[in-house]
Ligand binder design. Structure first.
Ligand SMILES: NC(=O)C1=CN([C@@H]2O[C@H](COP(=O)(O)OP(=O)(O)OC[C@H]3O[C@@H](n4cnc5c(N)ncnc54)[C@H](OP(=O)(O)O)[C@@H]3O)[C@@H](O)[C@H]2O)C=CC1
Ligand SMILES: CC(=O)C(=O)O
Ligand SMILES: [Mg+2]
Length: 759
C-alpha cells in the first residue's frame, strides 16, 4: 500500500505569516455596504424614516428579518480562546486570527457572511449569557476553540435557548470530516466498522464528539479506547475524569496509549503534536489507519510513519500533506445548507448526510475541470485519496445539497427548497472562479517547478517574493543583483535568503556575460547598437541580462517591473525576446468583480490598434482565456452598439469583427457593442440577433487608453481585483508587474510566468 508521503504543498515561514496578517488593513476582514449610500434619498431609505417600515414588518412577522436584513446569510464565529487549535488556552484575544480565518473561509468557500466574536470569559454561564441574546443578529452560531468539558455545557445550553443552528465546529465539524475519511479508509482496507478497533487520543471537544458519531454510525463501543494526558480512560479511573469521558470508559487492562494501540486498526489523534511515536505505530495492525489531526502540528508526521511502515493510510489536519482531514471541509457547506432552508438546528441526520456526501465525493471519478484543483496527478480513490481537498469545486454543490435535504426530511427546515436541481445549480454559481484559477496555476507549477529570474533582486519586496516562491515549492528563484547589496538589504529587512532554491547572480561577474552580449549584439547590430552598447546593457541592465538568460535557456521565465515603468521594461525585454511565431504580443488583465471574472485586452501593448490588430488581439485573448480555463465569449467593445451612434472609432471595431468572420475563428465573438450590453443579459436581450450565448467573459477594448482607464477605475472605484496586465504572445514567459507591486503580486506573476513556461 505504498503512498505518497512528501510534503508537497505550500509551507510558510513565521515572518510570511505575520506579514500576511499585517499587510494593508490589519486582519483578514472588512465590512462593505450592499446598498448605495450616496444621496439624501438613500439615507432616508436606509435609515430614518425609511428604515421604520421593515422594523414594523419584522415586529409583526419575525420571519421577514430574512427578507430585509443580513440575518439569513450571517454566521457568528464565537470563541473564548480556551483551546486554540492545539496551542491550548491562550485567551480570547489571541484566538482572533483563527476566528477571523474561519469567517473568511465561510465567505471564500460557501459565500456565507461571517463575523468573529471573541468573548473574554472562561465561565460557562457568563459565556452562555453573552451569546444567548445575540440570536436576532445571526442565522447561525459557529462555536470554535472552546475547551472541554465547558464546550459541551455551553453548546448544549445554547442549543436549548436559541432557535437557530448552534454548532461547535471542533466537535461536530471534526466528527463529520473524520467520519467521512474513516468510511473510505475502511473501504480501502476492506474492514467492517463493527469489528474494527480504534484508539482515540484526546478526550476533549473533538475526541469525544468523534467517537460519539462513530458509535452512532456502527462502531462497537467496546472496540473504541479513549486516551488523554493521563492515559487510557478505563472503567474505574478517577483521575482527570468528567462525565463525558466516563460515558466512554471501557473495561480494559491497557493503561497507556502504547498499550491501547497494540494491534489496533485505527489511531484517531485529536490531542497534541508528537503524541504518537513510531514504536506505537509499529505495534498497530496490518494496514493501520492513522489520522493525526492535531493542528498546527500532527501527533506524528507522514514522513515519520513512511520510514517504518509502507502499509499505513495516513491523514493529517494540514493542507500540505495528502488526505487533509480538517473541519474546513465541513463548516462552510454545512451552514450553507442549513441557512438556505432556514434550519432551526443542525441535527444528527444533517451531520451524517454531510459525512456520507463527503465520503461519496472522494469515490467519484474526478472530472477534468476538477482534476486541476488537485496536487499531483488526477487523484484516484485509494490510500492517498480518501477525502476531497478543500479546493475541490464540487464541494459547494454536493455538501449543502445533502445537508438541506436532510434538514427538510427531518423536519427542521423552516423554508423547504422545492426545486433541488435548481438549488444545486445556484450553489455552483457561488464558486469564486479566479481563486480556483490561481490555485490551479500554483498546483500545476508545483508539479513542474520552474527556474524564474527575479530581475530586480536587490529590492525588498522582490526578495520576499522569491522566498515565498521557493517556500511554496514552485521552483528555483534567481535573484539578479550585487551579492553584497542583496545580502545587506536582506539582513536589514530580516529576510532569510540562505536556503535551497534561491540563487543570486551578479550580471557583471557572471560567466555567461560574454555569451549574452554576443547574443544581444547579433540582434541589435543593425538597429543602431554598437557592441559596447550591448555590453553595457548586459552589465548594467537587469532586464536585458534576465531576458538573455531566458532566451538562451538558463532560466524558464522572468518577473520584473518594480523599478521601471511598464513600457520601458517591455522595450528592454523585446530587444531580446520576440513574439511567438504567428502571434501578437498583447496585455491581458483578469478582472474579478462581484463574483464574476472577465478578461480585458489589450491592456498593455497597442496604443491605437487598427482593425487588423484588434482582430489579432481578440484571437490572442481568446487563446489566453482558454488556457486560463474559460470558454471565451468575446465582446468587441466600443462606445456604440451595432452601429449606433456612428463614428470612426466604432467603424474600426466593426471592421475587426468582419476580419474575424473571414478568419473563421473557433470562439464566440460579436460587436461592436457597449460595455453594458456586453455584460448585462437584460441589455443584451434588446439585440436578439446577437451571436453571444451569454454575457461576455472577454472584453476586447478599442484602444489602450480605454483598456487601461477602465481596468484601473474598476480597481480603484469598483473594489475589483485586477491581475495583470499579463503579457501574452511572447516567445518566452515574461511578466511585468506594476511599480507599486507588493510581494504577493510579484509571486503571483512569477507563478503565472512559470505556468506559461510549461504550456
Ligand atoms: N483536524 C481538525 O479538523 C481538527 C483538529 N483539532 C485538533 O484536536 C486537538 C484537540 O482539540 P480540542 O478537542 O478542541 O481541545 P480540548 O482542549 O477540548 O481537548 C484536548 C484533549 O487532548 C488531550 N491531550 C492534550 N495533549 C495530549 C497528549 N499529549 N496526549 C494525550 N492527550 C492529550 C487533553 O487531555 P486531558 O483531558 O487530559 O487534558 C484533552 O482531552 C487540537 O490539536 C486541535 O487542533 C480540533 C478540531 C478540528
Ligand atoms: C481545525 C480546527 O478547528 C482546530 O484545529 O481547532
Ligand atoms: Mg478549532
Amino acid at each position: 500500500m505504498a503512498r505518497k508521503t512528501e510534503n508537497n504543498g505550500p509551507s510558510v515561514s513565521a515572518q510570511e505569516a505575520l506579514e500576511f496578517h499585517a499587510m494593508g488593513r490589519p486582519g483578514k476582514l472588512e465590512i462593505v455596504a450592499t446598498k448605495p449610500m450616496a444621496t439624501q434619498r438613500d439615507l432616508s431609505l436606509a435609515y430614518s424614516p425609511g428604515v421604520a417600515v421593515p422594523v414594523l414588518a419584522i415586529a409583526e412577522d419575525p420571519s421577514r428579518a430574512f427578507d430585509y436584513t443580513t440575518r439569513g446569510n450571517m454566521v457568528a464565529v464565537i470563541s473564548n480562546g480556551t483551546a486554540i487549535l492545539g496551542l491550548g488556552n491562550l485567551g480570547a484575544l489571541a484566538s482572533k486570527p483563527v476566528m477571523e480565518g474561519k469567517a473568511v473561509l465561510f465567505k471564500r468557500f460557501a459565500d456565507v457572511d461571517s463575523i468573529d466574536l471573541e468573548v473574554d470569559t472562561e465561565d460557562a454561564d457568563e459565556f452562555i449569557n453573552c451569546v444567548r441574546y445575540l440570536g436576532p443578529s445571526f442565522g447561525g452560531i459557529n462555536l470554535e476553540d472552546i475547551k472541554a468539558p465547558e464546550c459541551f455545557i455551553i453548546e448544549q445550553r445554547l442549543r436549548e435557548l436559541m432557535d437557530i443552528p448552534v454548532f461547535h465546529d471542533d466537535q461536530h465539524g471534526t466528527a463529520i470530516i473524520s467520519a467521512a475519511g474513516l468510511i473510505n479508509a475502511l473501504e480501502v482496507t476492506g474492514r467492517d466498522m463493527r469489528t474494527t478497533r480504534m484508539v482515540c487520543n484526546g478526550a476533549g471537544a473533538a475526541g469525544i464528539a468523534c467517537i460519539e458519531l462513530m458509535k452512532a454510525m456502527g462502531f462497537a463501543p467496546e472496540n473504541i479506547i479513549l486516551c488523554d494526558t493521563k492515559g487510557v480512560v478505563f472503567q474505574g479511573r478517577t483521575e482527570g475524569m468528567n462525565q463525558w469521558k466516563s460515558a466512554h470508559a471501557v473495561k480494559t487492562e491497557a493503561r497507556s496509549l502504547a498499550e491501547a494501540l497494540d494491534g489496533a486498526d485505527i489511531f484517531l489523534g485529536l490531542s497534541a503534536k508528537g503524541a504518537l511515536t513510531t514504536r506505537m505505530v509499529q505495534s498497530m495492525a496490518k494496514n493501520p489507519i492513522i489520522f493525526a489531526m492535531a493542528n498546527p502540528d500532527p501527533e506524528i508526521t507522514p514522513e515519520e510513519v513512511a520510514k517504518i511502515r509502507t502499509d499505513a493510510i495516513m491523514a493529517t489536519g494540514r493542507s500540505d500533506y495528502p488526505n487533509q482531514v480538517n473541519n474546513v471541509l465541513g463548516f462552510p457547506y454545512i451552514f450553507r445548507g442549513a441557512l438556505d432552508v432556514r434550519a432551526t438546528t443542525i441535527n444528527d441526520d444533517m451531520k451524517i448526510a454531510a459525512a456520507r456526501a463527503l465520503a461519496e465525493l472522494a469515490r467519484q471519478d474526478v472530472p477534468d475541470d476538477v482534476a486541476a484543483a488537485y496536487q499531483g496527478n488526477r487523484p484516484k480513490f485509494g490510500p492517498s485519496y480518501i477525502i476531497p481537498v478543500p479546493f475541490d469545486p464540487r464541494l459547494i454543490s454536493a455538501i449543502p445539497l445533502a445537508v438541506a435535504k436532510a434538514a427538510m426530511d427531518s423536519g427542521v427546515a423552516r423554508k423547504p427548497i422545492l426545486d433541488l436541481d435548481r438549488y444545486a445549480q445556484e450553489l455552483s454559481a457561488r464558486r469564486d472562479p479566479i481563486a480556483s484559477t490561481l490555485q490551479r496555476i500554483y498546483d500545476r507549477v508545483r508539479r513542474q517547478p520552474k527556474r524564474i529570474v527575479f530581475a530586480e533582486g536587490e529590492e525588498e519586496q522582490v526578495m520576499r517574493a522569491a522566498v515565498s516562491y521557493v517556500n511554496q515549492r514552485l521552483g528555483t528563484a534567481i535573484l539578479l543583483g550585487r551579492d553584497d547589496v542583496i545580502e545587506e538589504n536582506a539582513r536589514h529587512a530580516g529576510i532569510e535568503l540562505n536556503k535551497q532554491g534561491i540563487e543570486i547572480i551578479n550580471a557583471r561577474l557572471s560567466r555567461r556575460n560574454s555569451v549574452y552580449t554576443d547574443y544581444l549584439y547579433e540582434r541589435m547590430q543593425r538597429k543602431g547598437f554598437l557592441f559596447r552598447d550591448c555590453q553595457r546593457l548586459i552589465n548594467n541592465d537587469r532586464n536585458h541580462f534576465a531576458a538573455c538568460m531566458v532566451a538562451l535557456g538558463d532560466a524558464d521565465g522572468i518577473v520584473t517591473g518594480v523599478t521601471r515603468n511598464y513600457s520601458t521594461a517591455l522595450d528592454d525585454i523585446r530587444r531580446v525576446i520576440d513574439a511567438k511565431p504567428g502571434h501578437r504580443v498583447i496585455g491581458a488583465s483578469i478582472v474579478l468583480a462581484r463574483g464574476r471574472t472577465v478578461i480585458v485586452a489589450d491592456t498593455a501593448v497597442h496604443d491605437m490598434p487598427n482593425a487588423e490588430q484588434i482582430a489579432d488581439i481578440a484571437e490572442e485573448a481568446a487563446g489566453f482565456a482558454r488556457r486560463m480555463g474559460y470558454e471565451p465569449r468575446l465582446a468587441m467593445l466600443a462606445y456604440s452598439t451595432f452601429g449606433h451612434p456612428q463614428g470612426e472609432r466604432s467603424e474600426r471595431v466593426q471592421e475587426a469583427v468582419r476580419i474575424l468572420d473571414k478568419r473563421r475563428v473557433d470562439f464566440e465573438y460579436d460587436g461592436e457593442m457597449a460595455a453594458d450590453v456586453a455584460l448585462n443579459a437584460r441589455a443584451m436581450a434588446q439585440y436578439p440577433f446577437i451571436r453571444l450565448t451569454g454575457p461576455a467573459n472577454v472584453l476586447i477594448m478599442p484602444a489602450f487608453h480605454s483598456a487601461s482607464i477602465s481596468t484601473k477605475m474598476l480597481q480603484e472605484l469598483g473594489g475589483s481585483t485586477v491581475i495583470g496586465p499579463l503579457l501574452v504572445g511572447l516567445n518566452k514567459p515574461v511578466q511585468i508587474v506594476s511599480l507599486n507591486a507588493k510581494d504577493s503580486d510579484i509571486v503571483n506573476m512569477a507563478a503565472i510566468a512559470a505556468y506559461t513556461a510549461g504550456a
